[in-house]
Design a protein around this ligand. Structure first.
Ligand SMILES: [Zn+2]
Length: 251
């Protein structure tokens, strides 16, 4: 294990052995070694997502997720829950992420009446400000606009973060430049991502700024972008991410 990985893992209070190739962690009935705890959590999260569906997985609460996993005969072990809690409640500044905490408890429940399903997108928006903002943007841009990501409760954000972490071979600094840790994303409290229809993955690259959708939004002055270029939060520039709530201005 390189020093950077070790430091990153120590930073969240996660034992370095949880990612080590050589060391083993007792996870109950089976001995799972190294990064397998992340793989095992991801496996169970995918199982739950398949069970409840992509749409519902965006807003499923932690407790409900645990129940579904148990019903699927793949309950989360104590070690896995402890690991998830250490990611959620740990201080991400130690690995270079300086965004503010948006959710104080892992177990928060997203009430159905607080969100609106956006037809054909697979995503929800928060009722109120977020929905108003999206409606305003839609009016300005027209049919070329799509919602690419909306409300993401802690479980969904955990899934995205661990997936990114696995792809980064445990480098939390690298992972958190593109995905905020669970508990630190503004998607949990109203922010959303938008894109141009038919633009696919380019919607999540700087190329998005070359689209007419982005130009209309920017010229209209309706958009306050959360993560501007060279922002101080340790997050990459995300011109597709629309700020709805929060206590600070970055633009
Ligand atoms: Zn976003």
């Amino acid at each position: 294990m390189n020093r950077r990985t070790f430091l990153a893992l120590s930073a969240v209070g996660v034992s370095a052995t949880l990612w080590g190739e050589m060391d083993e962690v007792d996870l109950g009935p089976s001995i799972v070694s190294g990064s397998r705890i992340v793989s095992s959590i991801l496996y169970k999260l995918v199982l739950v997502q398949n069970q409840v569906g992509y749409v519902q997985f965006n807003i499923i609460s932690f407790d409900e997720m645990l129940k579904v996993a148990s019903r699927c005969k793949k309950p989360f072990t104590k070690s896995e829950i402890t690991y998830i809690e250490s990611i959620f409640y740990g201080d991400p500044r130690k690995y270079g992420f300086y965004g503010e905490r948006t959710v104080s408890a892992l177990s928060i429940v997203t009430s159905k009446k607080d969100v609106v399903y956006m037809d054909k997108t697979g995503h929800f928006l928060m009722n109120g400000l977020a929905l108003e903002k999206f409606t305003q943007i839609k009016r300005l841009v027209g049919n070329d606009l799509i919602l690419t990501s909306g409300v993401r409760a802690p479980v969904k954000q955990l899934y995205l973060f661990l997936k990114k972490m696995e792809n980064s071979r445990g480098d939390l600094r690298l992972a958190s430049t593109s995905i905020a840790p669970p508990g630190f994303t503004f998607h949990s409290i109203g922010d959303f991502d938008i894109g141009k229809i038919g633009y696919g993955q380019f919607n999540f690259t700087e190329k998005f700024q070359e689209t007419d959708v982005f130009k209309k939004l920017y010229d209209g002055g309706h958009i306050c972008i959360r993560y501007t270029q060279n922002n101080s939060y340790g997050v990459r520039f995300e011109p597709w991410h629309i700020k709805v709530t929060g206590g600070y201005e970055t633009a």
